[in-house]
Ligand binder design. Structure first.
Ligand code: SAH
Length: 238
């Protein structure tokens, strides 16, 4: 998988790939990361990338020409690139999108807005998809781009050492994952549920399922409802 990050602030993002799982994936050639700065495509002496809001209002908007030229350059050298824009008014990014993009795309570009956002005509001209990572406003698209790239990366074959760990994860099904524990058996007077320590796998699985159901019901009632509607047999365990 290859990612191109279109950003004015590469330095905010680079560190994320310089350690841990993604660094190793880059080392093994499973991931490649590159950067494109719209400022390098400006035409004026001040290398200006923003302008005032049409119709008035506070703040600045990322002007079309530098972004347009940056994306045109990218598309002409990599015609297969899939271009994703970040915006708080996009489609909510979900695990299912991460899965689809990881399996269907080889090269994804993420475009980060700054200031009041990007001139809408650029989105119109270039976006293959437009995502929000949640109902809040950030100062720029760099974190959203990293969030999506991270979620996609760990689904690329080989990136995570242990493919099994993907299977039971939250958002793979309607249920959230059961809580996890590790040694010691007792910590601050709190014990690991004893069933998990006895090695009886069918009992362990049943317990995990009950815990997953309880957790989903408490934190995400709308997902629990979906689960009960979809799966009336299994809900009887609870
Ligand atoms: N004025 C805009 C907010 C602009 S935030 C509005 O009210 O809708 C500036 C940039 O940050 C956006 O262009 C986008 O790239 C990014 N951004 C901020 N919040 C985001 C979110 N929740 N999801 C995805 N991108 C976001």
């Amino acid at each position: 998988m290859r990612f191109t990050f279109v950003t004015l602030f590469r330095s905010l993002m680079e560190g994320y790939f310089e350690d841990s799982i993604l660094k190793r994936a880059i080392g093994r050639g499973e991931l490649a990361v590159e950067w494109l700065n719209p400022r390098d495509f400006t035409k004026d002496r001040h290398r200006k990338v923003d302008d005032t809001v049409a119709g008035g209002g506070a703040g600045m908007v990322m002007m079309p020409q530098p972004l347009h030229d940056a994306l045109a350059a990218l598309k002409s050298r990599s015609p297969e690139v899939h271009i994703v824009f970040t915006t708080p008014v996009g489609k909510p990014f979900r695990q299912s999108d991460a899965k689809r993009l990881a399996s269907q795309r080889r090269h994804i570009a993420f475009v980060s807005g700054r200031y009041e956002g990007i001139d809408e005509r650029i989105v119109e001209l270039w976006a293959d998809e437009v995502f929000s990572i949640g109902d809040y406003i950030l100062t720029g698209g760099e974190l959203p781009s990293l969030v999506m790239a991270d979620a996609i990366s760990r689904l690329v074959p080989g990136v995570l050492g242990n493919a099994e760990s993907l299977e039971a994860e939250s958002y793979e099904t309607a249920l959230l994952e059961a809580p996890s524990f590790t040694r010691p058996k007792s910590f601050h007077n709190l014990s690991i549920p004893s069933e998990l320590l006895k090695g009886n796998h069918s009992k362990i699985n049943a317990l995990k399922k009950r815990l997953a159901i309880a957790k989903t019901k408490y934190f995400r009632p709308e997902r629990y409802l979906k689960f009960t509607q979809r799966d009336s047999d299994e809900k009887s365990i609870y």
